[in-house]
Design a protein around this ligand. Structure first.
Ligand code: OOB
Length: 528
């Protein structure tokens, strides 16, 4: 495995192979196999373009050869920051064939995050769109290339290098295929190595659970770089079944409803915030959405009252999904009773997923009691890339990943997310590290100390509140947002609200007591 990654122990790898979970196939070889089986069926729809499996396969070969001619080799990392376009898919498969490793970057990322990803991954290139959402991504990539010496290439999506296909050695299926990003408990995102074997398994099992077949049509609404749309079952899962993936450039209701009608979409995945938007829009839309069979909702808490509106509004099944880029996925199933679908986040997708729920001392708690979720299994990472110190804390000595989520299990074996122990704000599914934002806030000359906490929000679930202890005249919200933007932070990380206090409540250990702070703020007694 790539140096800096933590492999599964040999005996686990053997067990996953014997059980048929890991099949020793690379994602690049899988596309060849799908092209042989589904040939001229449509793999991808992007705007007016309809791309067959055969064409996607040939395109990936040409891109792989083109990248190789530019000097990209097996093991090289490239930061890929693209919206939901066909080029992302073709490029990833080209890189899988080459053994080069895409590092998935969200389109919302700005200089601060992209620079960090480039440095952390040791990338030698960046891929960006020419134009997207009124932002100059090419300028951003060039700026980063100017300050990160290792970056030798800036590729633009509309002019990716292509060449006549060349024979390439097959990468090791047990090795990394690409990097996903962690939701970030530490100041900046960490890299999650996902292997060919583990991701092929994840997409296959989730496609099976949802009974995807050649007639399945998946609508990609969330940013393609998220684990959820990419492979839960998402795009790769619908390919596994010989179906079609349709790209949406925006999660706005009307354009999505139009695509659902036009392409006869059968399955999509969204976050609760988008669910709200769509539910509001349905009564005003006359689009025919009768093709929809499943709407998957996850990434943040879905309230049972909202959950109950989904089936009546869309005439299709709701599936609650709990997941993480690190691995573990839990789904509700077609045969679950209604109350389970409305009030729980389902159960693990693999029989080999191991789950522990533990108290603060690390002891298992009884069924029904909330505790921290620990997990290990055939598609859950064993370590972040190049992060030995963090790994020592984030994993138990026997390889369980500490999720930072507070969950409880019902007698029926279904999981309910109760909260979290990690210092993260979940803003409509976007994860924001409090530590990261705090560090930037204290760069303001008039901010002595800062603590970032979540405040409840009807639509987003949570919003970000920056609580500051000023030094002199306290800055106002627009000034703080401007500062953070100038420091190269993605927009979704900017605080929604600021509160000024004289001191922070402390825990017995002398750390800021964020629970109590958040409660005070939510109670409205914090001064402005
Ligand atoms: C998904 O992945 P990430 O990596 O952006 O975030 C993971 C975290 C979880 O640890 C948990 O805190 C939260 O997001 N989360 C949920 C949830 N699903 C995820 N919290 C409450 N209810 C849920 N249903 O968010 C992700 C990855 C794959 C599939 C779905 C979601």
């Amino acid at each position: 495995m790539l140096q800096g990654c933590v492999p599964w122990p040999d005996q686990d790898a053997a067990r996953f192979t014997d059980a048929g979970y890991w099949r020793g196939e690379t994602l690049g070889a899988l596309l060849r196999d799908w092209a042989a089986r589904h040939g001229d069926r449509t793999a991808l729809v992007c705007g007016d373009r309809r791309i067959s499996y055969q064409r996607l396969d040939a395109w990936a070969d040409r891109l792989a050869a083109g990248l190789r001619a530019q000097g990209i080799r097996s093991g090289d990392r490239i930061v890929v920051q693209l919206p939901n376009v066909a080029e992302f898919v073709a490029l990833c498969f080209a890189m899988f064939r080459l053994g080069a490793l895409p590092v998935f970057a969200l389109p919302a990322y700005r200089a601060n995050e992209i620079r960090h990803l480039c440095e952390l991954s040791g990338a030698i290139g960046i891929v960006v769109p020419r134009e997207h959402a009124d932002y100059d991504y090419v300028a951003l990539a060039k700026e980063i290339a100017g300050v990160v010496p290792a970056i030798e290439h800036v590729f633009v999506a509309d002019s990716l290098p292509e060449a006549d296909p060349v024979a390439l050695p097959e990468p090791d299926p047990r090795d990394v295929a690409f990097f996903l990003l962690s939701g970030g408990t530490t100041a900046l995102p960490k890299l999650i190595p996902r292997t060919h074997d583990d991701y092929a398994y994840q997409t296959r099992i989730t496609a099976e659970i949802n009974e995807l077949g050649p007639d399945s049509v998946y609508l990609t609404v969330l940013p393609i770089e998220f684990n959820f749309p990419w492979g839960c079952p998402g795009i790769i899962g619908v390919f596994q079944a010989g179906g079609t993936a349709v790209m949406a450039l925006t999660p706005e209701p009307e354009p999505c409803f139009e695509l659902i009608e036009r392409e006869r979409v059968t399955i999509t995945s969204v976050v609760p915030t988008i669910t709200h938007l769509w539910l509001e829009a349905v009564p005003h839309s006359n689009r025919d959405m009768s093709s929809l069979e499943i709407i998957q909702i996850g990434s943040a808490k879905l309230h049972p009252e909202v959950a109950a509106r989904v089936q009546p509004a869309f005439g299709c099944r709701l599936q609650q999904v709990f997941g993480m880029a690190e691995g573990l996925l839990t789904f509700t199933r077609a045969d679950d009773p209604e109350d389970v679908v409305l009030t729980t986040q389902g159960r693990p997708v693999s029989p080999a997923d191991e789950i522990r729920v533990v108290d603060e001392s690390g002891n298992d708690v009884p069924v029904g009691v909330a505790g921290e979720l620990l997990t290990r299994g055939p598609y859950t990472l064993r370590g972040y890339y190049n992060a030995p110190e963090h790994n020592a804390k984030a994993f138990t000595s026997d390889g369980f990943y500490r999720s930072g989520d507070l969950v409880r299990f019902t007698e029926s074996g279904h999981m309910v997310v109760e909260g979290r122990v990690k210092d993260v704000i979940n803003r409509g599914g976007d994860k924001i590290s409090a530590t990261e934002v705090e560090a930037h806030l204290t760069a303001h000359p008039n901010v002595a100390q800062a603590a970032v906490v979540a405040v409840p929000d009807l639509v987003l679930g949570e919003k970000t509140c920056a609580v500051i202890i000023p030094d002199g005249a306290a800055p106002k919200l627009p000034q703080l947002r401007k500062l953070l933007r100038e420091r190269g932070l993605a927009d979704y990380k900017l605080p929604d609200r600021v509160e000024v206090v004289e001191s922070f409540p402390l825990t017995g250990l002398g750390k800021v007591d964020k629970k109590s702070l958040a409660a005070t703020i939510a109670g409205g007694s914090g001064g402005r």
